[in-house]
Design a protein around this ligand. Sequence first.
Ligand code: ADP
Ligand code: MG
Length: 274
Amino acid sequence: MIKVENVYFKYKNSDSVLKNINFTVNDGEIISIVGKNGSGKSTLGRLIAGITKLKKGSITIDDMSTSKDIKTIREKVGIVFQNPENQIIFNNIYDELSFSLKNLDTAEIENRITTSLKQVDMYEFKDKDLYTLSLGQKQRIMIAEILAKNPKYIILDEPTTMIDSYGKEKIHDIILDLKQKGYTIICITNLSDEILLADRTLILDNGEVVAEIKKEELIDKYTILEKYGIKIPTLLSIIIKLKAEGISMNIKDFSVTSLTTAIKEKLETERKSI
Ligand SMILES: Nc1ncnc2c1ncn2[C@@H]1O[C@H](COP(=O)(O)OP(=O)(O)O)[C@@H](O)[C@H]1O
Ligand SMILES: [Mg+2]
């Protein structure tokens, strides 16, 4: 479990960037963090990953502090950034993935690399050079790189902002698959459709958590998103409009498939009642 308590943050010579941040992330959850540019999302992500040093408040991960237990925190928490180009060190995929696994034996390194490349559906590219890949594929390699280190928690900081729409969808599938596999994920995003992947959404505004909305509350609480300038996810806006027309549906999750199923069930029920 990740526990963020009374966190305040400012950079040298900057105004306050984060103010009194409090929230928890339960094991196995996907949390999305949204908010306008400059609202403090990346700073918060880096504080949780232990990359930026916390000055005030506390962040604990499985009862270890990001201020004291840096080495363990780095092992437990993997972070992926917006631009894969800025994270790649080597040209060869094997070199890139094995770089931070040096203390393991060769068989274990091979095993970790194979498993993590398969998890991001990039195994067939294992012998390719990174420069030959698309940005989306490079980002999947960056995700594989953190998975190879066997983290428990994954922070994705706008992982799809720079990626084309096919690449985005691939990464969405990977996120959902990782949740199935038991990872706990924080997905920082400025693409509102990605809210729908999450169990809970936190809205950051001007350095403060101004709202926390559970997935099942989204239909009733969508005006909160509007209030903070966050576009209503497309699928959610369709469901809201249908509801406003008196067509409310039992939606399991926010996917095209489950919306289609719900509409089909609705039509069948109506047909039977005629
Ligand atoms: N290294 C830094 N030094 C000084 N100010 C920074 C630094 N990084 C970010 N900031 C400032 O902190 C605020 C929050 O930035 P950031 O956490 O990147 O927000 P977001 O990810 O939501 O866009 C912004 O005003 C930004 O200019
Ligand atoms: Mg950011």
